[in-house]
Design a protein around this ligand. Structure first.
Ligand SMILES: Nc1nc2c(ncn2[C@@H]2O[C@H](COP(=O)(O)OP(=O)(O)OP(=O)(O)O)[C@@H](O)[C@H]2O)c(=O)[nH]1
Ligand SMILES: [Zn+2]
Length: 212
């Protein structure tokens, strides 16, 4: 597995744990204090006294995707699946991310399918990969492509399909202020890319829960 990860790392930096040069906790707290002042509030008042510390801690949790390697999650595979080689879809994977433009939430659901080539991966690992990428600053397009690419490269299935349906709070809370508008993105690789029928089957199964 290490060899596989090493092989893909130079090509796909986002698949490894990105190198980060984090500031100190004190620097992070000072930055939050500045932003509190930027809101117009008084950072010295009782209710805000511990907020810089809490926000710095919350950031470590919400952005823990920078400390994890999505390729590693897909390392353990199973081959004893009684010859099953048809589509596997994990749908409705709810996630919270943050847009890289405004650092406000993206709330959505990912649907991930693949066509196994002899081996399958634990279902939870697909959701873990979604979470790792979600816990980094994102655009929806990049997140969709990254999930598909890491599954394709590490698992090497016959094809991968990823669809994301998400609401961007930067469009709801500010700016254009459109509530309830959602964005759909999809990436298809391998047999999904080559075959419109496989794409339709994926979309139908995601939408209906059953194939047509
Ligand atoms: N393509 C894409 N755009 C995004 C995503 N998240 C946020 N955006 C958009 O990024 C754009 C940034 O536009 P800018 O004009 O640089 O910034 P802005 O003045 O804050 O834009 P407004 O949101 O229109 O007020 C906006 O149109 C956002 O809607 C995403 O995941 N994908
Ligand atoms: Zn945004």
């Amino acid at each position: 597995m290490d060899a596989v990860i090493k092989k893909i790392m130079p090509r796909s930096e986002y698949m490894e744990k990105p190198v980060t040069h984090r500031p100190s906790q004190a620097e992070a707290e000072a930055a939050v204090l500045t932003l509190l002042r930027w809101t117009g509030d008084d950072p010295d008042r009782e209710g805000l006294k511990d907020t810089p510390k809490r926000v710095a801690k919350a950031f470590l949790e919400m952005f823990n995707g920078y400390d994890m390697c999505p390729a590693e999650e897909l390392g353990r595979t199973f081959e004893e699946v009684a010859g099953y080689d048809d589509m596997v879809i994990v749908k409705d994977i709810h996630f919270h991310s943050h847009c890289e433009h405004h650092m406000v939430p993206i709330i959505g659901r990912a649907h991930v399918g693949y066509l196994p080539d002899r081996k399958v991966v634990g279902l939870s690992k697909i959701a873990r990969v979604v979470d790792i990428f979600a816990h980094r600053l994102q655009t929806q397009e990049a997140m969709t492509a990254q999930i598909a690419a890491v599954i394709q490269e590490v698992l090497n299935p016959r094809g991968v399909a990823v669809m994301i349906d998400a609401e961007h709070m930067c469009m709801a809370m500010r700016g254009i202020r459109k509530q309830g508008s959602t964005t759909l993105t999809s990436t298809f690789t391998g047999a999904f890319k080559d075959s419109p029928e496989e794409q339709v089957r994926f979309i139908t199964m995601v939408r209906n829960g059953l194939s047509a």
